[in-house]
Design a binder for this molecule. Structure first.
Ligand code: HDE
Length: 742
């Protein structure tokens, strides 16, 4: 019964043809137009005062309304995830381009007409739930497909390899990277002694270290990163034939990152930068999209590579086995409620459907245990699959019963199998009716605790990654290592790390060492690998230093990514009273036509008055934002506006910071004079400020009298390139080391 007609529309648009959206509606609550009630449905008359003995007297135990409210509040928190605590989620759908029946019988990969609802959760790994989005870290990329045959969870990361080869080392890795136990410092950061101590003793992590020290660990947006299933899985077709498969997500906007210096600033200006970006993009209708990619390896080719397909510290270079793009994931709806959906969603590598199966990757095997186990404590019992976000669209029928918070009301008196009293229902499903049959892999082996010799080469692919990076990316990676190891207090750990890096590449180690003011040791005390069982000779598990010619995989470099779109990019227009509103409007139109947004940033909030006397609404005051929150900056003309910006320290900083971070900067009219008086001007080549010619130099675009249409076109091209990296050599060059070996 409602109080009156709802005065406001329901908060989020429903997706009528999305079955999961409709399913969630069964549990959704909408307060508009309703009376306030207790949890028993009792209407509350006074939510301002507790029940007291007299106006100034003590509260009464009888106040069941107070007690209910406070008790519920007292129990609002659940444990955060032990890893991947900080996350952001979104709903969407997946569609395959054409039937994959030849490779897999998975029903959601058969019919291009079928849209499978999905829920995706992105996360960082090390930080707590409230930590900054911009930590240097791996990003989780977990996708729950609500298929007709049950849920399939692809619980991946934005990097295709992992630190360790065997699940038994996972608690050690996580203990090492988490804040140190004596003082709980640092939050969401790997730049500390325990992490690098562990890593320096575990050379198997070296390939992953290349990835996490690269800019992949500080994405520009969750929408602009790749995703990987990491482990080798199996695809099984309806004839029972198995093939190995690696899963990929390829973002249609390309793979882009911020600079570390920006990441540090963003963490202060807007620690929710990624979460906000994802949320706003979806609200604006800029639906994030990824293509689903697969790499297929025939069973007979299992051993044809110089690495082991079961080793999660290795990739199959795309140049050896191309990634086939077989479908598309689109995120199109923000959650209604963070806790109910993003926090309570429970992923599990073991949630598979017929047609997808596991391999013996020892990391994956451990994960198959961990995910259900962790939900038992985090979500409070064995019925977490009944939480609406986790509930499959496929019906559930089994003999599992009871437990905390059971929602399902199972009818009948039979809860065992076989039974005659219930006609032996629910019945087991033959394979032809979708019954899951594990792949009958043949194994003839002795029981052992051992690492396969085929897992021992730790440096070849690390070298491949490093050498496949552009010089700019290599520079960032070196600087990241200098930063991280620079925060390590124990000198022996730094030295051991430099030694490990020298096993990948001497030049890399020497450059990092130059930044630390430490020499690269030629040898170290004890074995390079300390992850060795008590009775094994360390020599048997030493990886050889990489000395050959590295394999170059262009797919590993972000320099080769998509650079022809500015869709959903956020550009700041730095404007004060008197700015040329004609130019501002023309630039806004050009950018919006290209799919981007222009936000007016001014010395104060409210509105400013343009040169024609029009009021221009201000999106942000300079106090509340910084240029690190934008992709590019435009400064329009207007003498009074340019003069006031030139007296505004924050405006100068805004442009200079964008310049330092190699962002596209455009300026017209007196706006061009303004940027010339900042650090940007030192490097401009334009001698004639009056000329109509267009300056277009390392991402700085414009001119005193350059036509706005031409400026806009060149600006859009420059933004699409993401950054003018050639500028970086000038702004912050990497110093070449002198003799740095000891
Ligand atoms: Fe996870 N991981 N993990 N992991 N993982 C968890 O499960 C674990 C690993 C990944 O948004 C936990 O529900 C072990 C690799 C993602 O809710 C936990 C090992 C990859 C998420 C767990 C790994 C991942 C998790 C914590 C080594 C990339 C976030 C909360 C054997 C392929 C999912 C939870 C979300 C979360 C265990 C290694 C991805 C404790 C034991 C490799 C994206 O169960």
């Amino acid at each position: 019964m409602s109080k009156q007609k709802p005065t406001r529309p329901i908060s989020r648009p429903r997706v009528k043809d999305d079955p999961k959206s409709l399913d969630l509606d069964k549990n959704s609550e909408e307060a508009a137009g309703q009376f306030l009630t207790s949890n028993q449905g009792l209407r509350i008359n006074d939510d301002q005062n507790s029940l007291k003995l007299g106006e100034r007297g003590p509260s009464l135990l009888e106040d069941f309304i107070l007690r209910e409210k406070i008790t519920h509040f007292d129990h609002e928190r659940i444990p955060e995830r032990i890893v991947h605590a900080r996350g952001s989620g979104a709903h969407g759908s997946f569609q395959v381009y054409e039937s994959m029946a030849a490779l897999t019988r998975a029903s959601f990969l058969q019919d291009p007409a079928v849209q499978t609802p999905v829920f995706v959760r992105f996360s960082t790994v090390a930080g707590s739930r409230g930590s900054s989005d911009l930590a240097r870290d791996v990003r989780g990329f977990a996708v729950k497909f609500y298929t007709g045959e049950g849920n399939f969870d692809l619980v991946g990361n934005n990097m295709p390899v992992f630190f360790i080869q065997d699940a038994v080392k996972f608690p050690d890795l996580i203990h090492a990277v988490k804040p140190e136990p004596h003082n709980e410092i640092p939050q969401a950061a790997s730049a500390h002694d325990t992490f690098w101590d562990f890593i320096s003793l575990m050379p198997e992590s070296m390939h992953m270290i290349m990835w996490v020290m690269s800019d992949r660990a500080i994405p520009r947006s969750l929408r602009m990163m790749e995703g990987f299933g990491i482990h080798t899985f199996r695809f099984i077709n309806s004839k029972g034939k198995s093939r190995f498969v690696k899963f990929h997500w390829k973002p249609l906007l390309g793979i882009h990152s911020v600079l570390w210096d920006e990441a540090l600033r963003i963490s202060g200006c807007d620690p929710d930068f990624h979460r906000r970006d994802l949320w706003e993009a979806i609200e604006n209708g800029d639906f994030p999209e990824w293509e689903f990619g697969i790499q297929i390896v025939e069973e007979k080719d299992e051993h044809k590579f110089d690495f082991d397909l079961l080793d999660p510290t290795k990739i199959i270079p795309e140049e050896l086995v191309p990634v086939q793009r077989i479908g598309k994931l689109t995120l199109n709806r923000n959650p209604d409620n963070f806790f109910a959906e993003t926090e309570q969603v429970a992923f599990h590598v073991g949630h598979v459907v017929p047609g997808i199966d596991f391999t013996n990757d020892p990391l994956m095997q451990g994960r198959l245990f961990s995910y259900t186990d962790t939900q038992l404590i985090r979500l409070g019992g064995p019925n977490f699959h009944e939480i609406p976000i986790n509930r499959p669209l496929a019906p559930i029928h089994n003999h599992q019963r009871d437990g905390f918070m059971r929602q399902m009301i199972n009818r009948g008196h039979v809860s065992y199998e076989p039974n005659s009293l219930g006609n032996n229902d629910p019945a087991q499903a033959p394979a032809r009716d979708g019954g899951f049959v594990s792949y009958a892999e043949r194994i003839d082996a002795a029981k052992t605790r051992a690492r396969s010799k085929s897992f021992v080469d730790h440096f070849t692919q690390a070298a491949m990654f490093f050498h496949s990076q552009s010089p700019t990316e290599q520079g960032h990676l070196i600087n990241a290592l200098r930063f991280e190891l620079g925060k390590v207090a124990a000198q022996p750990i730094r030295e051991r790390m430099l030694y490990q890096l020298s096993q990948v590449d001497d030049g890399l180690a020497e450059k990092v060492a130059a930044g630390l003011g430490v020499k690269v040791p030629v040898k170290i005390d004890g074995p390079g690998n300390m992850s060795i069982p008590a009775d094994v000779n360390p020599k048997d598990l030493q990886s050889k230093k990489f000395t050959g010619k590295p394999f170059i995989s262009p797919a590993l470099s972000m320099a080769n990514t998509v650079k022809d779109t500015i869709q959903s990019r956020k550009i700041a227009a730095l404007a004060a009273d008197g700015c040329d509103d004609g130019e501002l409007a023309a630039m806004k139109k050009a950018l919006m036509n290209a799919g981007a947004q222009l936000k007016v940033v001014s010395p104060h909030g409210g509105s400013i008055t343009g040169s024609s006397g029009k009021a221009i609404p201000v999106d942000f005051s300079l106090l509340t934002v910084a240029s690190v929150l934008f992709d590019a900056v435009y400064v329009p003309g207007g003498d009074a506006h340019a003069a006031s910006l030139s007296h505004e320290m924050k405006a100068i900083e805004f442009v200079e910071e964008a310049y330092k971070h190699c962002k596209a900067i455009a300026a017209t009219g007196a706006g061009f004079d303004f940027i010339k008086m900042t650090r940007v001007g030192e490097d401009l080549e334009d001698g004639d400020a009056k000329s109509k010619s267009l300056v277009n130099h390392q991402g700085v675009i414009g001119g005193r009298s350059a036509p706005i249409a031409k400026v806009a076109t060149a600006f859009i091209e420059a933004i699409a390139k993401h950054r003018a990296w050639d500028r970086e050599q000038k702004v912050s060059p990497i110093k070449e080391p002198e003799n740095n070996r000891k």
